[in-house]
Design a protein around this ligand. Sequence first.
Ligand SMILES: Cc1cc2ncn([C@H]3O[C@H](COP(=O)(O)O)[C@@H](O)[C@H]3O)c2cc1C
Ligand SMILES: O=C(O)c1cccnc1
Length: 334
Amino acid sequence: MLTKALQEKIDTKTKPIGALGLLEKIAHQIGTIQNTLSPQLQKPTLIVFAGDHGIAAEGVSAYPSAVTYQMVLNFLSGGAAINVFCRQHGLELKIVDAGVQQDFPPHEQLLIAKVGYGTKSFLRDSAMTAAELEQALTQGRAIVQDTAADGCNVIGFGEMGIGNTSAAAMLMHYCTGIPVSKCIGKGTGLNAEQLAHKQARLEEACQFHGPLEDPKQILATFGGFEMAQMCGAMLEAYAQNMLILVDGFIASAVYLVATKLCPEIHTHALFCHQSDEQGHQHLLEYVGGAPILHLNMRLGEGTGCALAYPIIASAVAFLNDMASFQQAGVSDKQ
Ligand SMILES: Cc1cc2ncn([C@H]3O[C@H](COP(=O)(O)O)[C@@H](O)[C@H]3O)c2cc1C
Ligand SMILES: O=C(O)c1cccnc1
């Protein structure tokens, strides 16, 4: 009933049918989530989860693990891309230490939810234990519960963790069966030789671990603490009936695991951009996501979410504020 009424509201706005393209689909989706013809976006929030990865020691990233800690300090002093875009577009920003190798001084924007001081290398071990995974999922859920209690109904998730395009590629490979060669990419900027090394290391890890089916086991085996918390956070955002903004390759790989645990989550997800990371396009095709932006970005941090947010806000604004043919006295289709 609401589905039809929303479509009618969209179709009677003063424009040719369908002329607002993807904005119309977004408006319809948000109206459906909120069960109203007049949805509102409240307290848009971006949460960046940070954690270190054991696999980073295997030469799979162009940058050292130390950058994870240094970038979190940069987030806290307001100088990273995600700070700039959140400030520009009015999103609240929270940073979570999910598992960085060093400790941070207290800061009002920093939530400390450390599962450990980095994961183990999944080359010869499971990145985390089943107990650590459960802890991370629960912490991610709790963070979103608090955010929902503050009145937020639209939430995006970012990550910082040197080595996490490798972890994401493994999640993607194990959840989809797509060959590793199509799941990897140059991440922070590997050259062709380094990329071949990355592929060889990840294929070695596949040999070591063998076939795995259970999504939680896949996440514990290859994921980072920041990715596990993000997964819990996405599941809770669905439970809280929030609109979920999915960022680039890493966030989409986490979202993929979340869909395996809770297939209904797709009704609440928007794909903010298509990353330049090679695997992302295949991943979006697999989950059936139509990205809002194509900007050739490959950064993560939630930057795609922050940049897509004003477009999403425009979708809600046209649904609420644009005149209908009748209101404006404009002649409808013959
Ligand atoms: C300075 C800097 C800032 C970043 N912000 C996000 N990432 C991104 O790059 C990392 C993933 O790429 P890889 O798997 O190749 O390490 C993640 O931390 C991701 O958030 C950054 C990377 C760097 C170097
Ligand atoms: O798309 C992403 O999330 C991404 C790609 C490369 C490096 N860091 C993040």
